[in-house]
Design a protein around this ligand. Sequence first.
Ligand code: GAR
Length: 210
Amino acid sequence: PKRIAVLISGSGSNLQAIIDHQKAHADLYEIVLVISNRPNAYGLQRAQDANIPTLVVDHTEYDNRETFDQALQTAIDAQSADLVVLAGFMRILTPGFTKHYLGKMLNIHPSLLPKYTGLNTHQRALEAGDKKHGLSIHFVTPELDGGPVILQAEVDIETGETEQSLADKVHKQEHIAYPLVVQWFAEDKLFLKDNQAWLNQNCLHHPVLL
Ligand code: GAR
């Protein structure tokens, strides 16, 4: 089975979805480590409940991004992880770190990229009057939220929609989408080549739509 490290900062509901999916696909992958940069992230509890080793790498204890990322890298590589899954990990990563895991690191972002990189994506989609919003799962490259997109799921923005109701809708889709993409990677169906995502030998000129 592929060895997966999951990086979180908060609730870890996407981590939970991947844990639950793993139970039915134990032959495909194993979550060998969960790292949080925040000591009180609820996702740490979820990992412990699933008997997954956890580690806190508190970014406030590091002088700069390089030393923080070096600590992450040392911990991940000590577990010989085949894949790094960013699941609500809210730190910007250094180019060196992203290059070290090029083709082996996935991120989930709560918008239809290339729209709304960065923070407050639900609020920004609402304020723009968008009719559709959603999520993207992409390979991580040095460019923030800029790597090749693998899969997107759309949700409708309805009248009376609030930031919370929209976030809830996106979360629901995330919990379906992320385990699926992790499974593709574990099955060796998904690659990064020439800075493009490939699935089942096809170059994804457009993301898969869930
Ligand atoms: C998810 O909605 C994810 O898309 C987002 O954080 C949330 C984490 O939820 N990620 C980012 O904003 C990355 N910049 P979770 O902790 O319950 O999985």
